[in-house]
Design a binder for this molecule. Structure first.
Ligand code: AMP
Length: 647
């Protein structure tokens, strides 16, 4: 434990020296003059004055030594193709894309919204933005039009890059209607929409605003676009994430701090060496995709595998075969995918030669012990859980095997990562908890490099959402104006830390739920449902699910319950309500079940008692509810659950 302890201690007590040394892992066009500027808390600026570029560090810098090494291996089991791009080829593609973007008016500081499936062009587009100093906002391809419109209006992009279609489970998902609807809903008029035509849709898209990428790519085939040397703290990207309100937050990331943090994580957490191959099975629309499909592996000179498809198509052995075929050394996915794979025929894993694989990394949601044990035993390799969030961009808790291979503790993602000053605190008083005591997982100011710089366009929201002075009213979950106490960041997760520093995560403190590793706000789902004409009131809660970790359950009060009194009418309405969520947010947010009740449990001041509803849905005692307005509402929930079970 000593090596880790000393390493972590130095990162907290002497951050300037620690990070000055680590910053040497990346290329600086102009050296920074200050490691850390803490003059305006809770904002922290890292490597002030330094000029660098994420694309240069991910691609150009490797050309001298690894031009002919694969940078990207693309596999789509959806459309049955595989493509490889060496660093040299990747460099050429990114330059073409950057030249096309530049010709469409994209310049430093402008936003580019990327709404693409998992295709190589998504990586080219992100890196092209980085090259130009433009700010990318990647929107998950599974999100529906209203979601997309909200993100267009928030980021006001100069360009949208999209495709004709995505593909999932063998079904082609036409993007045109989504884009059409999003553009007409958005108040911001995006000047250009660039189309990557995969030719998956039978009819050629011919909306007048669409610009076909292919002819432009040809036109700029030999283009060379120099990297913009950005000040370390200029924004590199915005990535939206769910919170307690219905309005997602744009997490804004810097350039230099992010590059340095990711480079260190490849050494100390992922142990990825230049020339290794890493397969991160996530989506570029999520933070894991940004950090560990695109930037980190490339910055560290690895080959990254980008996969479009499902873990069990054509069969449950596909990922293991990819490991064998591409000699994959590092694999990273979410526990949900493993729970799916665990149910497959064990022979599918045994048939593959997994000797290249060194470590399996898991993140995004709690890792249950049976799944962890199964994975470690059947693979015979270390399984490394790591805990973090969109806001931080890289792990907060993990066993840092590149520092010291501490023994894993079942149910815990490990110990605080260097740079993160982690304290579990009492929710109300903000005082630090004793070992073994449950508290809110907080991080002391300043956050290490790579973490969010602010909420896009809304510094006040960044401060009020995440930061508080400990030991003053408001505990750790809301900002307060107290003068005393330490400035702390709330992760909005409950946790408990043992005597050895291992932290176990015990769920969210807010109304955010995690479905199959996808983070969703219950408020967003509630807002989608309350837009339906039949709905008067609605409560959405997350409940434990053996496969997906959590699923959403909705409880609705109808405007005109009599109209839906018959079984058929009720069933049709429930299906229609679920479809409403699909349309507004996308299928990932669809509640597992929509229940109809006569009233919802609320406090006398009118606040929904979501935790009590969730407890009932999980068969737990909701506890004492002294503030409840009408206890009969609890019986309503119980009855609805019982009826549903009988069906
Ligand atoms: P996201 O911002 O979508 O990555 O979601 C972050 C949230 O997912 C965290 O705040 C946690 O609630 C949860 N989470 C992520 N990784 C883990 C993990 N390894 N163990 C437990 N919960 C996790």
């Amino acid at each position: 434990m000593n090596r880790y302890r000393e390493f972590h201690r130095r990162s907290i007590e002497a951050p300037d020296e620690f990070w000055r040394d680590e910053a040497a892992r990346i290329h600086w066009h102009t050296p920074f003059d200050t490691v850390l500027d803490r003059s305006n808390p809770p904002f922290a600026r890292w490597f002030v004055g330094g000029r660098t570029n994420l694309c240069h560090n991910a691609i150009d810098r490797h050309l001298a030594q690894r031009a002919q090494q694969d940078a990207l291996i693309y596999v789509s089991t959806e459309i049955g193709i595989e493509r490889r791009y060496t660093y040299a080829e990747m460099h050429a593609e990114v330059n073409r894309m950057a030249a096309v973007m530049r010709s469409l008016g994209v310049a430093r500081g402008e936003r580019v919204l990327i709404y693409l499936p998992m295709i190589p062009e998504a990586a080219f587009a992100m890196l092209a933005c980085a090259r130009l100093g433009a700010i990318h906002s990647v929107v998950f391809g599974g999100f529906a039009a209203p979601n997309l419109a909200a993100r267009i209006d928030d980021a006001k992009p100069a360009l949208i890059v999209t495709a004709d279609a995505g593909a999932r489970g063998g079904k082609v998902i036409d993007y045109a209607p989504l884009i059409d609807e999003a553009l007409s809903r958005a108040a911001h008029k995006t000047p250009h929409v660039l189309l990557i035509d995969r030719q998956l849709t039978p009819e050629k898209l011919n909306a007048p605003y669409l610009i076909d990428y292919e002819p432009l790519r040809e036109q700029f085939f030999d283009a060379h676009v120099p990297c913009e040397w950005l000040e370390s703290n200029e924004p590199s990207y915005v990535l939206y994430t769910s919170g307690t309100t219905g309005r997602p937050k744009g997490v804004q990331r810097d350039v230099g701090g992010y590059a340095v943090a990711l480079a260190t994580s490849m050494e100390y957490i992922f142990e990825g060496r230049p020339g290794d191959t890493m397969f991160t099975a996530s989506d570029i629309g999520w933070v894991v995709g940004h950090s560990y499909i695109i930037y980190a592996p490339l910055i560290a000179g690895l080959t990254t595998v980008m996969y479009e498809g499902m873990p069990i198509r054509p069969d449950g052995g596909i990922w293991w075969r990819l490991v064998e075929q591409h000699r994959i050394n590092l694999m990273f996915t979410a526990p949900t995918a493993l729970r799916v794979l665990k149910k497959q025929d064990p022979a599918l894993m045994k048939q593959a030669d997994l000797s290249s694989l060194r470590t399996l990394f898991l993140a995004g949601e709690p890792l249950d012990e049976p799944t962890a044990t199964w994975a470690a035993q059947s693979l015979g390799k270390p399984v490394v859980d790591n805990y973090w969030q969109t806001e931080t961009g890289w792990p907060i808790l993990a066993i840092q095997r590149g520092v010291e291979a501490l023994p894993p503790k079942p149910g815990s993602p490990g110990v605080p990562v260097y740079g993160y000053d982690v304290t579990l605190r009492d929710e109300i008083t903000g005082e630090p908890c004793a070992p073994g005591e449950k508290g809110v997982l907080t991080l002391a100011y300043p956050l290490p490099p790579g973490c969010m710089s602010t909420v896009w366009g809304d510094d006040a929201r960044f401060v009020s959402t995440y930061w508080a002075k400990s030991g003053t009213n408001g505990g750790t979950n809301s900002a307060s104006n107290g003068e005393s106490g330490e400035l702390v960041y709330s992760t909005f997760d409950w946790g408990v830390q043992d005597d050895n520093g291992y932290v176990t995560i015990l769920g969210r403190t807010d109304d955010v739920i995690n479905i199959a590793g996808h983070r969703l706000g219950t408020r967003e789902i509630e807002e989608a449902l309350s837009g339906h004409h039949a709905v008067a009131e609605v409560a959405v809660v997350g409940v434990t699910d053996a496969l997906k970790g959590q699923v959403a359950l909705a409880f609705t009060v109808l405007r005109d319950a009599d109209r839906y009194a018959s079984g058929d009418a009720r069933a049709a309405l429930e299906a229609d309500l679920a479809a409403t969520v699909d349309r507004q947010l996308g299928a990932i947010a669809r509640p597992a079940r929509v229940h109809v009740v006569a009233m919802l449990p609320k406090t006398r001041s009118g606040k929904l008692l979501r935790r009590a509803i969730a407890a009932l849905a999980e068969g737990r005692d909701p506890g004492d509810l002294p503030t409840i307005e009408d206890p009969a509402a609890l019986q309503q929930i119980r009855d609805a659950l019982r009826v549903a079970q009988m069906r």
